[in-house]
Design a protein around this ligand. Structure first.
Ligand SMILES: *[C@@H]1O[C@H](CO)[C@@H](O)[C@H](O)[C@H]1NC(C)=O
Ligand SMILES: *[C@@H]1O[C@H](CO)[C@@H](O)[C@H](O)[C@H]1NC(C)=O
Ligand SMILES: *[C@@H]1O[C@H](CO)[C@@H](O)[C@H](O)[C@H]1NC(C)=O
Length: 373
């Protein structure tokens, strides 16, 4: 079976991000960084420089081999989830790496393996270009590069990103392991002040993915859903260039971190804002909330009444989770950030830990009732 563009209409996405697997983010995986010898570095690329290429390849391969296992996929399935979103860097396609760039090598084999594990369990996969050539944002370890200036927004780096997308499109359609990989996101969280992102990069990425599929004679029903950040992200609206015809086979990605939202930092306000989330601005449907968490504002997060390790606080976090789920399920669904973290008793960023703590129920059907929206 090939889950693809026609399927999202019937698949309500309930998923988790596999953050820090193929792009390590030190803030959420400090233990891993320490054990790799990279706790003093700011990004994956800096870690490679610090360790040297060969030692870095060994350290990263060990990480890819152990950080997410088949047991994780079994747990994801057992918790009622049907989707994983997998953030990757363009350096998966090693031919694209310039001599003066430094990235770990050998990741593709592990991505293939992961896709196969997901397919074996009928778990849908969203593959997300999370680390773009030249970095799509400055000083953001999620891009895999800690740079003072983002240089993604240039013709040669757009071209490299498009080559990555073409390569992955072809691999997805010609490799059995990817039979449940149905969505490809062209870039995660770009900067907001580059008009040619939409007119050039989005338009070209879309056309080139479709061109590869035409060359491969992929039936319309089996084409990939091509995903863009939504209009609410603030970097323009892909619908302006790809249209809103459902046959275009696109989907949108909303990142809804209420932790950073401009709302009063009270428990009622968080619930209200959760319930009131509206998707689809600018004709962007279907929209998946591809990143969100149950974290709260930096000013309050350490206060006793918000402390996740205090027994009496769990009920509210359950409601906060449920209110978001019930709102996001009015759209195409949701993907929590993230599955697994190394933040100790702070399960606000870890679905796995929140389930273990009894905060997130295993029966997702309970969400609407618990939300009280
Ligand atoms: C990372 O872990 C090391 C070793 O446990 C610790 O010394 C360091 O403070 C941690 N860093 C952060 C940012 O938590
Ligand atoms: C593309 O990105 C690389 C960083 O990896 C940068 O060195 C280069 O200058 C960028 N290209 C342009 C034309 O800015
Ligand atoms: C939340 O919504 C309820 C119901 O509409 C309202 O009574 C309450 O004042 C709101 N609270 C906040 C903090 O916005």
């Amino acid at each position: 079976m090939k889950l693809s563009l026609l399927v999202y209409a019937t698949l309500l996405i309930r998923g988790v991000n596999l953050g820090s697997l193929f792009i390590i983010e030190p803030w959420m995986t400090n233990d891993t960084c320490v054990s790799m010898g990279c706790d003093k570095t700011k990004s994956e690329s800096d870690c490679v420089v610090a360790l040297g290429q060969d030692a870095a390849n060994n350290a990263f391969q060990k990480h890819w081999d152990t950080y997410i296992t088949e047991q994780d996929l079994d747990d994801i399935k057992a918790y009622g989830l049907n989707t994983i979103r997998v953030p990757v860097g363009f350096w998966m396609l090693e031919d694209l790496i310039h001599d003066d760039e430094h990235f770990p090598q050998g990741g593709l084999k592990y991505l293939d393996r992961l896709a196969g594990w997901a397919a074996d369990r009928n778990i849908y996969v969203i593959l997300d270009l999370h680390g773009a050539p030249g970095a799509q944002d400055a000083k953001q370890p999620f891009t895999g590069q800690y740079v003072s200036e983002a240089t993604f927004y240039t013709p040669p780096n757009y071209t490299r990103a498009c080559k990555f997308l073409q390569f992955m499109t072809s691999r997805i359609h010609t490799t059995a392991a990817y039979r449940t990989t149905g969505m490809l996101e062209v870039v995660n969280e770009p900067q907001r002040n580059h008009p040619d992102l939409v007119s050039t990069y989005y338009a070209t990425a879309y056309a080139q993915i479709r061109a590869i599929e035409s060359k491969l004679n992929i039936l319309d029903a089996h084409r990939l859903t091509i995903q863009f950040m939504d209009k609410a992200w603030g970097a323009g609206n892909a619908a302006d260039v790809v249209g809103t015809n459902p046959k275009a086979g696109v989907a949108y990605d909303r990142h809804n971190y209420l932790k950073y939202a401009n709302i009063a930092q009270t428990k009622d306000a968080y619930i209200n804002a959760s319930c009131a989330t509206v998707l689809g601005d600018g004709g962007d449907t279907p929209t998946v909330v591809g990143e969100w968490s149950i974290a709260v504002g930096s000013k309050v997060q350490a206060q006793p009444q918000w402390d996740p390790t205090k027994e009496g606080n769990k009920e509210w976090y359950t409601r906060y989770w449920a209110a978001q789920v019930s709102a996001y399920e009015k759209g195409a669904g949701w993907v929590f950030w993230s599955w697994k973290t190394e933040l100790g008793g702070n399960w606000r960023w870890s679905y796995k830990a929140a389930v273990a703590a009894g905060v997130i129920p295993k029966d997702l059907g309970e969400a609407t009732g618990l939300a009280g929206c």
